[in-house]
Design a protein around this ligand. Structure first.
Ligand SMILES: [Zn+2]
Length: 135
């Protein structure tokens, strides 16, 4: 017989595997050992230099918006952006800011934040990340 473990009923899992949860969540990238190109997806070889060795690096949690698009699809418009985190471009959604051209601008300072995408029937909560304007 398998006993259900109550401690697991509030389990949190990251929505993407390069998000590390904890008191201070952060993103990890795979960095090419030869040319330092960074990737968030798993690669067998570097797209820049064809290097095959990678190491995991912690990405800065603060950055600036280098491009953005206001996506008006579905019930709620949202902002899809690329944030430069000290040299690592991160594709993300901006949260905590109105999706209007007046409220978002290039060079805006933002920081990593996480939010719940809801829990499944077993109580496991999926946690996604976004970037929100720094105060
Ligand atoms: Zn490389």
């Amino acid at each position: 017989m398998i006993e259900s473990d109550k401690a697991q009923s509030s389990k949190q899992i990251p929505f993407v595997d390069y998000l590390v949860l904890g008191d201070e969540p952060y993103l990890v990238a795979n960095e090419c050992k030869q040319c330092q190109a960074r990737y968030f997806d798993r690669r067998n070889a570097c797209a820049h230099c064809f290097g095959e060795e990678f190491k995991q690096v912690r990405v800065a949690t603060k950055g600036v918006v280098t491009s953005f698009t206001i996506v008006e699809m579905g019930p709620m418009p949202y902002i899809s952006a690329v944030v430069d985190c000290e040299g690592t471009p991160v594709r993300c959604t901006l949260v905590g800011v109105d999706p209007t051209p007046e409220k978002v601008h290039l060079g805006m300072g933002v920081e990593l934040t996480t939010y719940s995408m809801g829990a499944d029937s077993e109580g496991t909560e999926a946690i996604a990340f976004g970037f929100t304007p720094t105060q």
